[in-house]
Write a protein that binds this ligand. Structure first.
Ligand code: GDP
Ligand code: PGA
Ligand code: MN
Length: 609
C-alpha cells in the first residue's frame, strides 16, 4: 500500500476511487516529500516510533518500567483543545447554532487552503484508514485521516482500529468515509532542522457537517489532532446521528453487576476532566459489586430490535487525564498503562526512565524532569506535569475491560447519569421523573471549567449533556433530538436518567463526598432504583435518596456530611434558577416548549418548598 510521488505523480494501489482522488488532491495542495499509507503492523509502528525518537519528539521510557512506551512534551502553547478556534461550518449559520463558532464553508475553505498550501513540504504525509467502532458493525463508520505528524499516527493507532484491514473492507464495499485532514502547519525548508513538537500559532479545528469532513490545522494536541475522537465521533457523528435517528454522546459506558449477579449497563455524561475515565474504571468499595469498563469517553447509542437503547464505544484506546490518576484513586488505569504500549504527553519524567504526575503516588519523587524539560524537586513550587497531561493506552490492556467492549452492536443501557463539577447546589444524586425531566437535567447541566480546554479554569458554565464543545449542529435541534428519541422509545424500555455531583464542597472548601471507588455507593442506589429496591424521597428537583438508602458501611463520613452531600438547598436553587433562565434565553425560539415547561414547573416547586 505504499505510494511515492515522482514527477508530481502519485502512484498508489488503492482501488477506492474517492479516496485515491482525495489523497491526490491533498498531496497536490500540501506538497509532502513522501506519502506513507498506514498498514497498522507492529513493524511499521516500531519504525515510526524510532523515527519519532530520532527527531526528538519521543523519548523512549525504560523497558522495565513501561515497555514499548514513549514520552512526548508538546509545545507549551499546544496543550489542550482550542474551543475558540473550533468551527462548525454548516452552509447555513443557523444550523451551527449559538454554541458554535461559524464561518461560511467557502470562506473558511479559502482561508484554510491558503494555510495548507505547501504546508507539508519537507515532511511525510501519512494516510490512516480507520474505523470508529467495529469493522463488523452493521454500519461500519469509516474515516481516513491525512496527517503530517508521526505523533498523530502513533496515537491514532492506539485510539482507533486502523490500517490495511480497514482499507480492504472500504475498497470491497466501496464505502463512504469521513475525510479528516490534519497538518501541524510547519513546513520544513531544504535542510531545515525540525523541532520536537512542530505546530503553528494559527490554529483551526473545522468541521463541515453536511460534507462529513474535518479540516484541522496548526495543533498536534489530542483533541485537536486525533480526528477520530472528538471531531468525528462526537461533532460529525452527532450531526449524522441527528439525521439518522440515533445518538452520539460524550459518555462513558460501565457494566455493573450487583451482589445478586444482575447486570446493568450505565452510561454517564460528564464534561472533560470531570471523572468519566475514573468512573469507567470504578473499583467498587462495597462488597459483592463488580464493575467492568465498556467505554470511557464516547457512546454511540441506537435502538435495538427489542426497543432498548444499545451503546457502543467507538474507540480502541484511552486518552486519559494523567494528573489525579493514581494507585489509590484508579488502580485499573495504572495497571493498563503499566502493561506498556502507551504514549505519555506533558507528564513529568523520573531519572530512571519512568513517568510521574501529581496524584500518581502519595509521596512525591525527590527529583524529576518536569513537562517543560526543567529539573524539578518538591520544593520547586510548580506542578511537575501539565494539569492536562495525558496517557494514551490500549483499552485491551485494561484488566477490568468488559468482554462486551468487543461486541459490534453494543450493550443495552439501563441508566444515564449527567454530572459535572459543582461546589454547591447540585446534590450527590437525584433521579428525574421521566425522560423529559431527564432531558431537562441534561440540557441545564453545568460545571466548573477545567484544564482540558484552553481558557480560565473553575468558572461555572452550562454544558448541555457535557456536549457544549462537541455538538456538531444547532443546540436547540440537539436538545429537541433528545426529546424526540424519548418519544420514539417505549417509556419502560428507555434508560432512567439521573443527575450526580461528586464535587460538592463544604463550608471549608473540602469535597464532602470522597468520590472515586466510593461512587459505587451512589451507583448501588441507582441500581436499587432500577430494581425497585429503594424508594427515595420526592424533592422539587427530583427524587433524592433517603440517607439510610446509601450504604455508608466502612466509610469515614458523618451523618451530617452525608446530609450535606444529599441535600436539596432551597437558597442555592433560588440563585440557580435565574442562571438557567438566562441560559434558556440563548436558545431563543429554538428552545423546545417541553423544556420551558420543565423550568416553569421547577420554579414553582422551588418557590413552594
Ligand atoms: P474525564 O476527562 O471526564 O475522563 O475525567 P477523569 O476521570 O480523567 O478525571 C479528571 C480529574 O477528576 C482527575 O484529576 C481525577 O482525579 C478527578 N476525579 C475523577 N473522579 C473524581 C471523584 O469522584 N472525586 C473527585 N474529587 N475527583 C475526581
Ligand atoms: P477530554 O478529551 O478532554 O474530554 O478527555 C480529550 C481531548 O479532547 O483533548
Ligand atoms: Mn477521560
Amino acid at each position: 500500500m505504499t505510494a511515492t510521488r515522482r514527477d508530481g505523480r502519485i502512484h498508489m494501489s488503492t482501488t477506492h476511487k474517492k479516496l485515491a482522488a482525495w489523497v491526490e488532491e491533498i498531496a497536490a495542495l500540501t506538497t509532502p516529500d513522501q506519502i506513507h499509507w498506514i498498514t497498522g503492523t507492529d513493524e511499521e509502528a516500531a519504525q515510526l516510533n524510532q523515527a519519532l525518537v530520532d527527531s526528538g519528539t519521543f523519548i523512549k521510557l525504560a523497558e522495565d518500567k513501561k515497555p514499548n512506551s514513549y514520552y512526548a512534551a508538546s509545545d507549551p502553547g499546544d496543550v489542550a483543545r482550542v474551543e475558540d478556534r473550533t468551527y462548525i461550518c454548516s452552509k447555513d449559520e443557523k444550523d451551527a447554532g449559538f454554541t458554535n463558532n461559524w464561518m461560511a464553508p467557502d470562506e473558511m475553505k479559502g482561508i484554510m487552503r491558503d494555510l495548507y498550501q505547501g504546508c507539508m513540504k519537507g515532511r511525510t504525509m501519512y494516510v490512516i484508514p480507520f474505523v470508529m467502532g467495529h469493522l463488523e458493525a452493521d454500519q461500519p463508520m469509516y474515516g481516513v485521516e491525512i496527517t503530517d505528524s508521526a505523533y498523530v499516527v502513533a496515537s491514532m493507532r492506539v485510539m482507533a482500529r486502523v490500517g490495511s484491514a480497514v482499507l480492504k473492507q472500504m475498497e470491497e464495499t466501496k464505502a463512504d468515509f469521513v475525510e479528516c485532514l490534519h497538518s501541524v502547519g510547519a513546513p520544513l525548508a531544504e535542510g531545515e532542522q525540525d523541532v520536537p513538537w512542530p505546530c503553528n500559532d494559527t490554529k483551526y479545528i473545522v468541521h463541515f457537517p453536511e460534507e462529513r469532513a474535518i479540516w484541522s490545522f496548526g495543533s498536534g494536541y489530542g483533541g485537536n489532532a486525533l480526528l477520530g475522537k472528538k471531531c468525528y465521533a462526537l461533532r460529525i457523528a452527532s450531526a449524522i446521528a441527528h439525521d439518522e435517528g440515533w445518538m452520539a454522546e460524550h459518555m462513558l459506558i460501565l457494566k455493573l453487576t450487583n451482589p445478586e449477579g444482575k447486570t446493568h449497563y450505565i452510561a454517564a455524561a460528564f464534561p472533560s476532566a470531570c471523572g468519566k475515565t475514573n468512573l469507567a474504571m470504578l473499583a467498587p468499595t462495597i462488597p459483592g459489586w463488580k464493575a467492568e469498563m465498556v467505554g470511557d469517553d464516547i457512546a454511540w447509542m441506537r435502538f435495538g430490535e427489542d426497543g432498548r437503547l444499545y451503546a457502543v464505544n467507538p474507540e480502541f484506546g484511552l486518552f486519559g487525564v494523567a494528573p489525579g490518576t493514581g494507585w489509590s484513586t484508579n488502580r485499573s488505569a495504572m495497571e493498563t498503562i503499566e502493561a506498556g504500549n502507551s504514549v505519555f504527553t506533558n507528564v513529568a519524567r523520573t531519572k530512571d526512565g519512568d513517568v510521574w504526575w501529581e496524584g500518581m503516588t502519595d509521596e512525591k519523587p525527590a527529583e524529576l524532569i518536569d513537562w517543560k524539560g526543567n529539573e524539578w524537586t518538591p520544593e520547586s513550587g510548580e506542578k511537575a506535569a501539565h494539569p492536562n497531561a495525558r496517557f494514551c493506552t490500549p483499552i485491551s490492556q485494561c484488566p477490568m475491560a468488559a468482554p462486551e467492549y468487543d461486541s459490534p452492536n453494543g450493550v443495552p443501557i439501563s441508566a444515564i447519569l449527567f454530572g459535572g463539577r459543582r461546589a454547591t447546589t447540585i446534590p450527590l444524586v437525584a433521579q428525574s421523573r421521566d425522560w423529559t425531566h431527564g432531558t431537562y437535567m441534561g440540557a441545564t447541566l453545568s460545571s466548573e471549567t477545567t484544564a482540558a480546554a484552553v481558557g480560565a479554569v473553575g468558572v461555572v458554565r452550562r454544558d448541555p449533556m457535557a456536549m457544549l464543545p462537541f455538538i456538531g449542529y444547532n443546540a436547540g435541534d440537539y436538545v429537541q433530538h433528545w426529546l424526540t428519541i424519548g418519544q420514539k422509545g417505549d417509556a419502560d424500555k428507555m434508560p432512567k436518567i439521573f443527575q450526580v455531583n461528586w464535587f460538592r464542597k463544604d463550608d471549608d472548601g473540602k469535597f464532602v463526598w470522597p468520590g472515586f471507588g466510593e461512587n459505587s455507593r451512589v451507583l448501588a442506589w441507582v441500581v436499587d432504583r432500577l430494581e425497585g429496591k429503594a424508594e427515595g424521597v420526592e424533592s422539587p428537583i427530583g427524587l433524592l435518596p433517603k440517607p439510610e438508602e446509601i450504604n455508608t458501611d466502612g466509610l469515614d463520613l458523618t451523618d451530617e456530611q452525608l446530609a450535606t452531600a444529599l441535600a436539596f438547598d432551597k437558597a442555592s436553587w433560588e440563585k440557580e434558577l435565574p442562571l438557567v433562565e438566562e441560559w434558556f434565553g440563548k436558545f431563543g425560539d429554538e428552545l423546545p416548549v417541553e423544556l420551558r415547561a420543565e423550568l416553569d414547573g421547577l420554579k414553582d416547586r422551588v418557590s413552594k418548598a
